[in-house]
Design a protein around this ligand. Sequence first.
Ligand SMILES: [Zn+2]
Ligand SMILES: [Zn+2]
Ligand SMILES: [Zn+2]
Length: 409
Amino acid sequence: MIAPEYHIRDCVEADMDLIRYLFSVEGFSDLTSPEGIRVAVTPDNTMYGACRLEQGSDGSWNVRPIVVFDVVQGKGVGRALLKDALRLHPDLRLVARGEIEPFYLSCGFERCGWDAIAPEYRAECEACPDKAACGPLPFRSLPIERTFTFLGTSSGCGVPAFFCHCPACEAARKDPTKRRGCTGVALRGHGTTIIDASPDIRHQLNREGIDVIDDFFLTHAHYDHMGGLGEFEYFIRLYLMGTMPFHGSEHAIAEALKEYSYMDDCFALDVMNPYDVREVDGLAIQALPLKHAPGTFGYLITTPEGRRTFYAPDTSDLKPEVIEMLKGVDNLVMDSTFWENHGTARSHHDVRQTVHEGIDILDAGHIYLTHLAPHMCDPGVNEIDEIYAYAAQFDGRVIVAEDGMQFTL
Ligand SMILES: [Zn+2]
Ligand SMILES: [Zn+2]
Ligand SMILES: [Zn+2]
């Protein structure tokens, strides 16, 4: 592979002499600590550029400033630093020289009024002796579309399962569009967050054109949800050249690291307790405890606009307190493992239970059926076909999830 020329990381004290020089050229000589500064550096730690994110007295987040060394102009460093900044603070303000306007317009910003800029920064511009030459303009980041993509929609063993000749598997052998990989999802905004690494994840990421993962959440430590974790190793070692944030329950993380002990230096581990919330790429992602395997979470994803999506690929009956939290959820993406035959263990939902809970108890806007397992069917019955026919009676409110299907969060 062609290793990236530079990557972006938090600024550390050792960078500060250079940062002070770099920023003073731009008129920022008030630097006291590396806090809030992100730097673009090569593998041998040569700095290409830096960006400081500072919170104004009005609570807004501001780029103050972004600087790229002249000799590396044209390598997309400024654009990469801004993308990184937007992932950390999606609602971002900045004041820039008028002549640079086209650059910011092409990076997801729009011109805004001076009233969107914190008063102390406005005053700074007013008092600046270079104001006339600089022609400063205020900018604000544009809201972006945030999407939820199904990477896979099958329970463990996929459709077709190599050993299974049920009608659904036979149909999938003949028609690739009917194939399903193990479950996982991608949340895309300024960055990409992946929930669960199924054994099929390499193909899923290639299919979706995902070449960078910024955050990883694990629902639980079953093979069909973490069997693809090893695929991340070389992405982390060769591309990130750092660690990848890995969020999950204490039990799930411990089990995953037992399987992938040789990757224990690859992750920035984040143990979440039930009901903990993490802010990731502008989304609030809350861990809700589920009855399934030890330490299983579903994740309640809330956008800055307050739209809510719940992802729970593996769950038995929902706890009363979880039901209360999910009432009125916009999108319910839930375990629909079984159709007619429940098997022996009741550690999952069946299709009718998910639809009943989604409509009658939670009043969910849309209900997506995932983690499908059509194999234990009655003779000659294609369960997937039956599930589609069943879902069709709900006028589009109940949707059979498919690999690659996407909706706006
Ligand atoms: Zn599963
Ligand atoms: Zn499971
Ligand atoms: Zn089958």
